[in-house]
Structure formats: structure tokens, C-alpha cells
Design a protein around this ligand. Structure first.
Ligand code: AMP
Length: 450
């Protein structure tokens, strides 16, 4: 798009499929994109006016690039640069930023801060929990909470540090061994653990555009974190996700969605009271239980893959939405979504979740994917001499959009048929059998049978 007086120069930080979706949504709107990323993502590098390969957590370098490029706005995709204080660095250089400060991002980067905030401000959706900083504190915590718990490092682990009773932990010895491992290896960056009651229900994601005061919600999405079909295997960053045309999910009632949005709104208000104004996309992950949505975690950014669902459906001008988050007033008339269903499936390297086959070439027939009507978002791959190579992380996100989840799923699958190599895909995600099983399961949860 030629730059006009109305075109804004926007910096996007990060090189995954979430950031490719951000870049695509900006490119469709009134923005000229500048990108900082650590891997050569072909989708981002091709769309950006200028890109630079940099360590995304190197605040001075990213700020230098932003200043040199004359960007007027910035948005940060992943959590690590938020924790490194990149938003603060950009704002200090006079660049409005649609991502939270390091202090506000503690809602994600510190699970103890998040749990303490919900408790202190009496926000709904809180769960019973205990903070454990030494093995001596573990016994009393388990005496209070019981054995049916979830054990999490306090800091960031890319969604992979959580162990759940009945799945990864089946005895008190398992809990002790994992607690010891977190404490001695400082998993997540510190010797601190959160032990939480185990919640039973269906997991849902609600994302919202936040401007410090208000939250403007996006359609609900369901992600699938387990590596293998049937929700088995290790937790991953997410294998695929879907959303429904009415913004709900097959087992989610509007009143429950609204209860989730209210929790998020209360969190944004609470952060303001803590002098940590939250500006940027906020991600709420909830367990839909018999008593309504309970908080599993918050992310201080879009979800990955959930960003691909919602941004593919966004009809408004995304640059204006981002500008509104940064300046303190999200334009509601721009935060509108097509009333369609979306299905995103991730293509990952063989072994992803345990030991990924990195550095392998994969073939991506972009035209074939486009012919099927599917959308393509490159993730953590590297392009070299026109070829695409895997890294240890996810490779490509393929999205189908249609009136029904069933049809969107078919489109996504047809798109995936144009990718080859030593790859793995969860074909079961968003298939009718799976959705029906979730509806049945949620009915059992509501009846108190699970
Ligand atoms: P997190 O990194 O906090 O999103 O956790 C990763 C996964 O662990 C979630 O997607 C859930 O499946 C599971 N999990 C986390 N916390 C709980 C909890 N309190 N009860 C049950 N499952 C949980």
C-alpha cells in the first residue's frame, strides 16, 4: 500500500504465526509495517516495509530500530520482550505502544502476582492456591488444598511448566519431585511455585482490546494444548483452536461468556488501582466449571493460536484499534468481527512437545493453500534461499473461515494438504465428534458428575 497521510508506521515485534497474523491485519488496515524478529519468518519479512533480525528482548536495539524507522506506534507479540520492559523502553522514547508495561504484564509474568491480585481485589473466578518457596512449605500447602492440585512455576515457561493431578502427577511423591525440580532448577526463572486447586470443566479463551480503562471483548476461542489427538500427551504452546460465528462455543452460554468478560474488566480496573495501567490485548484463559468461569491464567498479549482466529475475522481497521489501545480509547466501531466461524490448525515439526525435529525442510505450496480458500500464517520457521526450515517450535498455522465450524475445519484441512515434510498435525481439532464430546462432557460437569 502506498504511504499516505493516513498511513501509520507501525512496529511489530516477534516472529511467530501470531505476529504474522498481527502483521497481516495491520497490512489490511491503515498501516505500514516495520518488523523486529529473531527468525526469518517469510510471511512477516515479505509484508514488512523494513525488517531487522534482532533478539526481541534486547530493548535498546529494538528501540533504536523503532526510532531509526520513525514508527508512530508499536505492538509486541510475545511475552519475553514484555518482561524485559520493551513497552516501557518504547514509551520512554516517545513511541505510543499497544502493549502493557512490564509492571502491568505481571498479570502474566508472575502467577503469584496474578493470584494475589484476584484475592486482594475480591475478583470473581479466583481459585484456592498457595505460594511455596521452599520444600518446608509444601506439606502445609497440600494439607490445606488436598492432593488434587496443579503445580506451576511462578514465572514464564511458555505454557509447558504446568503439571496436573491425575495426568502428570499421581502421587504425593510426584508432587514432591516436581516441586523439588522447580525449586532447585529455578524453572520459570525463580525458586517459587504456585499450587492451585485442580479445576474441572472445559477451557475457554476470551481476548479483549484494553485501553487502560475499558475492555472491548473479542469472540471466544477454544485452544488445544496437548500435543496428540484425543487431548493426550505433553502440553504445548497450542496445537489449534476454533471459534463459532456467534462468538460463543458449542458448550458456552452467553451469560458465562459475559461473566468471563466481567472478570477481565475487573482485572483491568484492579491493575489501574495498583498503578499498573493495562494497555494492550489481554488474554483470559478460563476453566468453565459448574460455578461458571474460573481463572486459569492471563496473558499480557494475544494468544497463539487464538490471535489467528480473531484477527482473521476482524473487519475493522486494526491500526486504529491498536492506536486506541495505546492512546486510551479503543474505537468500538473498529473492533468488529465477521459473524463467521474460524478453525486454526498448527503444522508442527515431528516430535514437537518432546524433542522437535528442527532444521528440516518443509514444502509449503502457498498457491495451493490460497486456492482452497485457507489462510496461511508462518510461525517459527526460517527461510533460507527460498526454502522453509523448521525450528524446535511450531511451523505454520492454517486457518479456515466459514459460516460453520464444520466447514471452516474442512477448509483448514484442505489447506494443510498443501504442506509436506516431517510434520505433525492434530486432525481431530474442531471435528464434529470432538465438539459433540465436549458438549456431552460439559453437561456432565454441569450435573456435577465429573
Ligand atoms: P497455563 O500455563 O497456566 O495455561 O496451564 C497450562 C494448562 O494446564 C492449562 O491449559 C490447563 O489445561 C492446565 N491447568 C492450569 N491450571 C489449572 C487448574 N487450576 N486446574 C486444572 N487445569 C489447569
Amino acid at each position: 500500500m502506498p504511504r499516505t497521510a493516513l498511513t501509520m508506521r507501525v512496529l511489530v515485534v516477534g516472529g511467530g504465526a501470531r505476529e504474522h497474523a498481527i502483521v497481516s491485519a495491520l497490512a489490511r488496515s491503515s498501516a505500514e509495517v516495520y518488523a523486529c524478529l529473531k527468525n526469518r519468518n517469510p510471511g512477516i519479512c515479505r509484508t514488512a516495509k523494513v525488517f531487522e533480525l534482532i533478539d526481541e528482548t534486547n530493548v535498546p536495539k529494538v528501540v533504536d530500530f523503532a526510532k531509526k524507522s520513525g514508527v508512530e506506534l508499536a505492538i509486541i507479540g510475545p511475552e519475553a520482550p514484555l518482561e524485559a520492559g520493551l513497552s516501557d523502553g518504547l514509551r520512554a522514547s516517545g513511541i505510543p505502544t499497544s502493549s502493557p508495561s512490564r509492571s502491568a504484564a505481571r498479570i502474566e509474568t508472575s502467577k503469584s502476582f496474578m493470584r494475589d491480585l484476584l484475592e486482594k481485589r475480591k475478583i470473581k473466578g479466583a481459585v484456592k492456591y498457595a505460594l511455596v518457596n521452599s520444600m518446608d512449605e509444601l506439606g502445609p500447602a497440600l494439607a490445606r488444598l488436598g492432593m488434587e492440585v496443579v503445580v506451576k512455576p511462578v514465572g514464564l515457561t511458555g505454557g509447558k511448566g504446568v503439571k496436573v493431578w491425575g495426568e502428570h502427577l499421581t502421587s504425593v511423591q510426584d508432587i514432591e519431585a516436581y516441586a523439588k525440580e522447580i525449586l532447585s532448577n529455578k524453572i520459570g526463572g525463580s525458586a517459587s511455585i504456585v499450587i492451585e486447586e485442580k479445576l474441572v470443566g472445559e477451557e475457554i479463551t476470551i481476548q479483549a482490546f484494553c485501553d487502560g480503562k475499558r475492555v472491548v471483548p473479542m469472540p471466544a476461542v477454544q485452544d488445544h494444548k496437548r500435543a496428540y489427538e484425543g487431548d493426550k500427551g505433553p502440553n504445548t504452546g497450542g496445537m489449534g483452536s476454533y471459534s463459532q460465528s456467534d462468538g460463543l462455543l458449542p458448550f458456552l452460554k452467553r451469560s458465562e461468556y459475559e461473566a468471563g468478560v466481567e472478570i477481565m474488566s475487573d482485572v483491568v480496573k484492579a491493575l489501574r488501582k495498583e498503578d499498573a495501567e493495562y494497555r494492550g490485548p489481554l488474554y483470559g484463559q478460563f476453566m468453565l466449571t459448574r460455578e461458571g468461569p474460573k481463572v486459569i491464567e492471563f496473558n499480557a498479549r494475544f494468544g497463539d493460536p487464538e490471535a489467528m482466529n480473531v484477527l482473521s475475522l476482524l473487519k475493522g481497521d486494526f491500526a486504529k484499534v491498536c492506536e486506541g489501545m495505546a492512546s486510551g480509547k479503543v474505537p468500538k466501531n473498529e473492533a468488529v468481527f465477521a459473524p463467521q466461524a474460524s478453525v486454526c490448525k498448527y503444522v508442527v515439526p515431528e516430535g514437537y512437545g518432546t524433542k522437535s525435529l528442527a532444521g528440516e525442510e518443509i514444502k509449503v505450496d502457498e498457491q495451493g493453500i490460497a486456492r482452497e480458500g485457507a489462510l496461511l500464517y508462518y510461525a517459527n520457521v526460517n527461510e533460507k534461499d527460498g526454502r522453509v526450515y523448521t525450528t524446535s517450535s511450531r511451523s505454520v498455522g492454517i486457518v479456515g473461515i466459514s459460516g460453520s465450524v464444520e466447514e471452516a475445519e474442512r477448509i483448514a484441512e484442505k489447506g494443510i494438504g498443501h504442506i509436506s515434510g516431517r510434520i505433525h498435525v492434530r486432525h481431530d481439532i474442531a471435528k464434529k465428534e470432538m465438539l459433540d464430546a465436549k458438549v456431552r462432557r460439559m453437561e456432565m460437569v454441569r450435573r456435577g458428575e465429573l
